[in-house]
Design a protein around this ligand. Sequence first.
Ligand code: SAM
Length: 208
Amino acid sequence: MKKSKRTKKSNSWKIKQHRDQFFKKSKILGYRSRASFKLIELNEKFKFIKNNSKLLDLGSSPGGWSQVASKIITKGKIIALDIKSMKPIKNVNFIKRDIFEEETKRIILNFFQGKLDIVISDMAADTTGNKSLDSIRTNQLCSEAIEFSTKILKPTGVFVTKLFMGDDFVEIKDLAKKTFKVVNFFKPDSSRVESKETYLHCKILKTL
Ligand SMILES: C[S@@+](CC[C@H](N)C(=O)[O-])C[C@H]1O[C@@H](n2cnc3c(N)ncnc32)[C@H](O)[C@@H]1O
């Protein structure tokens, strides 16, 4: 077999092994999605979820991130939001809504009776098969989540989001830097190496 073919085969084997490893781990630990490990890693690195946090999980379905947050937040409050349904999770209040609907912000602020400590967003647009278009649509959700956070976060709040390293990456990075005093990039080990997704951890609104 030619060397390039052998390398390709061994790379795809490694990718499959990586995916299977987190899939198996999520089944054993009872997580609904492999995505849970990404939030676990993000929180291990930046230590932002506290037991009394008020947290909003954007694009929550099927619930992997909400499961992780609900284990830590025992004295705070959690809202999970998605356009798709989500099976109930203890201590998590789910609302089936679109982030772009104007009324969504009001509903969230009403529920928390004020502003929030943390907004996490793993929102992603449904895939079309066109990777560049998918990346642009998901990054639009990311920009909306940043704008949304400025209206509902406490000045010292934390914002975490997924984004793709596509053509509009710099635009989003600049928006995050314009909005928050601290902006960190982090690619968790549980995120597939071949995936262009990465995560942003931001804190302290620049209005402070
Ligand atoms: C990758 S999944 C999230 C996985 C989740 N974090 C977990 O741990 O199980 C992305 C989610 O974003 C949601 N989404 C996409 N567009 C949305 C929108 N406009 N408003 C709210 N949720 C949206 C999708 O319905 C989908 O469930």
